[in-house]
Design a protein around this ligand. Structure first.
Ligand code: CA
Length: 263
């Protein structure tokens, strides 16, 4: 019923109470960096550009409050995967959207495994990049609001305990730091237990992408959740595949599969 106010539009980029959102663009190709800066500024963002990993690290150290980072993979001094990993290792969970010139599968997986929230393959559609950054910022504001109201979000299933607010999980005594998109996906699953969710629905509700058809990102993230939380990732019980459709989260698979005679 709110079709006319499409939340996928990038118009909502300006936070209500904290001035303009500040973005960091890390890209060594000058004309591309300048084009991104101009277009983001037209959308109301404040934009810093770092032309290599060293400059990006300096900017990150001097501005703690970046709302999102657009990070090119091919940089002169350090690849974007390594930079992303360092950012995460430093405890910084600012949304990272990677720009990759290569479209092969292993590169995409590498980006996501380095802790990136999303990636776009060059040449990319500028409008889509703007929309993705906008959705990353909306998620961040939503999380901030939840935290300021003291909302505790703990998700428990099997031997796993996930603190959705702090992005930390523990499974059988092992600690895991989750990325923002992993947390968003877990949150959506937890709100829809035992319900089959199509890849398209997940892209819409979690990734905030409407009418987008590349569902591989969903599969990659499910694979990561299984690696973290399943006893045997190749025989998942919590994050189940529904052939030809999508996925279903079963927080209590034994109860569901056991059929213990209760109708
Ligand atoms: Ca580059």
């Amino acid at each position: 019923m709110t079709e006319s106010k499409d939340p996928g539009s990038s118009r909502g980029a300006r936070p209500a109470n904290e001035g303009s959102a500040r973005l960091l663009v890390v890209e060594d190709e000058e004309h591309l960096a300048a084009g991104l800066k101009l277009n983001f500024e037209l959308e109301g963002y404040v934009v810093d550009v770092g032309s290599d990993a060293r400059e990006a690290a300096r900017l990150l150290a001097s501005h703690e409050a970046y709302s999102a980072i657009v990070l090119d993979v091919m940089l002169p001094d350090l690849d974007g995967f390594s930079l992303c990993r360092r950012i995460r290792e430093a405890g910084n969970y600012t949304p990272v959207i990677m720009l990759t010139a290569r479209s092969n599968h292993s590169d995409r997986v590498a980006g996501l495994e380095a802790g990136a929230d999303d990636y776009m393959v060059k040449p990319f559609d500028l409008g889509e990049l703007l929309a993705r950054v906008g959705s990353a910022l909306r998620r961040r504001r939503w999380e901030k609001t939840g935290q300021s109201e003291g909302v505790k979000e703990i998700l428990r299933f099997g031997n796993a305990e996930v603190d959705l607010a702090s992005h930390r999980a523990s499974v059988r005594g092992e600690k895991i730091d989750l990325t923002r998109l992993e947390v968003d996906l877990l949150r959506y699953f937890s709100q829809n237990p035992s319900r089959t969710l199509s890849r398209r629905e997940l892209l819409e509700k979690v990734w905030n992408l409407r009418g987008y058809s590349n569902t591989r990102s969903v599969d990659n993230f499910i694979a990561r959740l299984r690696r973290y939380f399943e006893r045997d990732p190749s025989y998942p019980v919590y994050f189940q595949s529904v052939r030809g459709v999508g996925y279903r989260f079963e927080p209590d698979p034994e109860k569901d599969g056991g059929e213990r005679g209760e109708s």
